[in-house]
Design a protein around this ligand. Structure first.
Ligand code: G3P
Length: 217
């Protein structure tokens, strides 16, 4: 299972990279705005800065919502760095753009996916990643993890190579449940990765080992 961090915060990206378990980064316009990154040039530079910190794929989202606009913006994003994955919204023109980029070998991430049917279309278009938003489904009393299971089942039925990128992950149990179901990737905040470290018996056990060592030395 790949671990992506879902942020545009460079310090958090560095921290996750330093832990040695980071496989990539996802961003979106809201995450960029949260970090105060505004203006086209600054946003493009920020993507390059992120690519220079991590080794893996970095999703960069288009703002255009029409096919021609998405293609031209996606080309510009893809040209920034070899690690860039063009992130496209799950709308009709987004699917057409995913097919365009897939045909020319450019990686894509189809985002804002909330149903199995949308995920099936994204796979048919040859998307590299599909991003079902599990937390936002949970927010409206719908089982986000159930959707991950449905997509896994459909993709396995036909051998689709599109990777299931569980997005809108909010906490460690989302990560563990996605791993059980077989999501290929999860993207979440740093806390959802670092939270996996924690167990009180580990801390109690380590304190006891060190205490006993000191007694004999
Ligand atoms: O990866 C998708 C993500 O950015 C959305 O997360 O927590 O805003 O639903 P959230």
């Amino acid at each position: 299972m790949k671990f992506f961090i879902d942020t545009a915060n460079l310090d958090q990206i560095r921290e996750a990279q330093d832990l040695g378990v980071l496989d990539g980064v996802t961003t979106n316009p809201s995450l960029m705005a949260k970090e105060g990154i505004t203006g086209r040039d600054n946003i493009l530079q920020h993507y390059v800065d992120i690519c220079n910190i991590v080794d893996g794929d970095v999703s960069a989202e288009v703002i255009a919502t029409d096919y021609e606009g998405m293609v031209s913006e996606g080309e510009e994003l893809a040209a920034l760095h070899s690690q860039i994955v063009v992130k496209l919204p799950m709308i009709k023109d987004g699917i057409k753009a995913a097919k365009y980029f897939s045909d020319k070998g450019t990686k894509t991430n189809v985002t804002l996916v909330f149903s199995a049917g949308q995920a099936l279309l994204a796979a048919k278009a040859g998307a590299t990643y599909v991003s079902p938003f599990i937390g936002r489904l949970d927010d409206i009393s719908t089982d986000g993890l159930h959707l991950i299971g449905e997509i896994r089942h459909i993709y396995d039925n036909y051998g689709f190579e599109t990777e299931i990128l569980a997005a809108s992950v909010r906490h460690t149990m989302h990560v563990i449940d996605c791993a059980k179901i077989g999501a290929d990737v999860m993207t979440g905040p740093l806390s959802s990765i670092e939270g996996l470290l924690k167990h009180p018996l580990t801390d109690i056990g380590l304190a006891k080992f060190l205490e006993d060592y000191k007694k004999g030395n």
